[in-house]
Design a protein around this ligand. Structure first.
Ligand SMILES: C[S@@+](CC[C@H](N)C(=O)[O-])C[C@H]1O[C@@H](n2cnc3c(N)ncnc32)[C@H](O)[C@@H]1O
Length: 254
């Protein structure tokens, strides 16, 4: 694993480097459990089918939070991230780690069964290139699990406004693709959609202010459960649900 710090990665465009600095500050502290995270965790860890010994590349692994959870499922995990600081923390997992961009993978063709890309896809400046790379390193019939969010929901717009008001210029996206746009790009890149996991139905009226949820977690947890029961909408489907905020796309290499 290379050990250069982000600040020394002068080859990166300033916008990407500044975004990475923010990522490091935000992600070095353990994230707070929230009802939003719980639904996503359920989708990526429990609802998705995992086969023991699957070779998984965790793209944007950060400190290895999810790499660890995947190892508990007896999977062969390799972590990959742009940030040397975060990878240094992920080293405690003892897993193979690569410092690279998801848009340019230093990995041979056909070498993984699954690409796991959680909460990182919005950081790709060239999302189409990332998908082509994902396809290249996957075996035939391999899959991508890609988490994405709606960008024009009331939740996303309120969050964007809160960020503007707080003048936190570091927080941002390198692309603004929602689930529909990712699906269209993935089809062009040579993937079929197997399952769409729609998470966090109408979570959206609340957002984080000064690191606090303005509606208690437990209320939102109950609200989400009641809404899912009321609408009869299971989490797994073939298309993004209208009222959901977050999605996990299971894309299969053609
Ligand atoms: C929001 S964090 C998510 C970390 C981890 N997947 C998780 O859910 O705990 C996004 C991660 O993507 C990494 N990242 C940003 N741009 C990247 C790129 N182009 N290729 C690979 N990793 C990238 C950041 O360094 C950071 O670790």
């Amino acid at each position: 694993m290379a050990s250069a710090s982000i600040s020394k990665l002068t080859a990166l465009p300033a916008r990407v480097a500044s975004r990475l600095q923010w990522e490091y500050r935000e992600w070095r502290t353990p994230s707070r459990a929230s009802f939003l995270q719980e639904e996503l965790d359920h989708a990526i860890l429990d609802a998705v089918a995992w086969t023991p010994c699957e070779r998984v590349l965790d793209v944007g692994c950060g400190t290895g939070v999810y790499s660890r959870k995947l190892v508990e499922k007896q999977l062969n995990v390799t972590g990959l991230d742009l940030s040397a600081e975060l990878l240094a923390r992920a080293a405690a997992t003892g897993l193979p780690l690569l410092q690279a961009s998801g848009e340019q993978l230093p990995v041979a063709d056909d070498s993984f069964d699954t690409i796991f890309c959680h909460k990182t896809a919005y950081l790709f400046a060239q999302p189409a290139t990332a998908l082509v790379e994902f396809r290249r390193v996957l075996r035939s019939g391999g899959r991508v699990l890609l988490s994405t969010s709606r960008t024009r929901s009331p939740y996303a717009l309120a969050q964007a406004a809160a960020i503007r008001l707080s003048r936190n210029r570091d927080w941002g996206f390198n692309n603004r693709l929602g689930p529909g746009a990712w699906i269209a790009l993935a089809r062009t890149a040579g993937f079929d959609v197997r399952t769409v996991y729609s998470c966090n139905l109408v979570a959206p009226i609340v957002f984080r202010v000064c690191d606090r949820w303005i509606v208690p977690n437990e209320w939102m947890r109950r609200f989400n459960r009641a809404l899912r029961r009321g609408t009869g909408w299971p989490m797994a489907g073939t298309r993004p649900r209208l009222l959901a905020q977050d999605f996990v796309l299971e894309l299969v290499r053609r």
